[in-house]
Design a protein around this ligand. Structure first.
Ligand SMILES: C[S@@+](CC[C@H](N)C(=O)[O-])C[C@H]1O[C@@H](n2cnc3c(N)ncnc32)[C@H](O)[C@@H]1O
Length: 219
């Protein structure tokens, strides 16, 4: 099916599978409880797209974590970034590449499991922006991301995660703050379907812990 994603003054028209449920693979679920959430564009994903569409990202490097079809990376690339979409589902990456090509967007898309990031993705760090939407929906996600994100960041990196107030986001946010990361949060009202706790998506912003006694930098 086709879906339209408003992003600032433009709209991304992307193609995705009509039903994530139809893609459920019992063997994959039995293996590591993996579910094909990639096949939907979630409300937080839309918030992230709209936010990125307001930003000038010319010449900046952006990696999207758990991007699914990678709409965040697509908007970042449209705003001038060198963008990389990642997800652990090869099918998500295939859709990401197809949609980017169909829209004439130049970006990369790579399979990446947060627990086992490819050497090439780490070698390209630090990224200017590490972004994600609705990736903190299970406790194990926060644990994996808290270990991965510092490896993708340098002193000037901005981490932006849009989150529909998933309960499992809290330990991640508290853990990052406790580890000295700078933190700010925007609350963005969303129309239509909401996931956990009402019509607000949290946009969490983190800046790496300072190395020189200065305050951490958060956008
Ligand atoms: C709720 S979906 C959000 C998709 C997209 N960011 C959006 O907002 O529309 C969560 C995404 O995280 C990905 N994901 C979950 N665990 C992952 C892991 N360990 N490594 C990489 N991606 C993962 C899923 O495959 C899925 O695409």
């Amino acid at each position: 099916m086709w879906e339209e994603i408003p992003a600032g003054t433009t709209t991304l028209r992307i193609r995705r599978p009509p039903s994530a449920e139809d893609l459920i693979d019992e063997a994959e679920f039995a293996d590591d409880e993996r579910l094909p959430y990639w096949a939907e564009i979630w409300p937080s994903g839309r918030v992230l797209c709209d936010l990125l569409a307001q930003m000038d990202l010319a010449g900046r490097s952006v990696i999207e974590l758990g991007g699914g079809i990678g709409t965040g990376a697509m908007v970042a690339a449209m705003r001038g970034a060198t963008a990389l979409a990642t997800d652990w589902y090869p099918a998500a990456i295939a859709f990401s590449r197809w949609n980017a090509a169909n829209l004439g967007i130049h970006m990369q898309a790579e399979v990446m499991d947060w627990g086992d990031p490819p050497a090439g993705v780490l070698a390209a760090a630090p990224y200017d922006f590490v972004i994600g939407a609705d990736i903190l929906y299970e406790e194990r996600n926060g644990v994996a991301l808290a270990a991965l994100i510092p490896r993708l960041c340098g002193p000037g990196t901005h981490v932006i995660i849009a989150d529909p107030r998933r309960p499992d986001a809290r330990p991640f946010v508290d853990g990052m703050k406790g580890a000295g990361w700078g933190y700010a949060r925007d609350d963005v009202p969303v129309p239509g379907r909401v996931d956990e706790a009402g019509p607000i998506v949290h946009v969490h912003r983190f800046g790496p812990p300072p190395t020189d006694h200065k305050a951490p930098v958060v956008l």
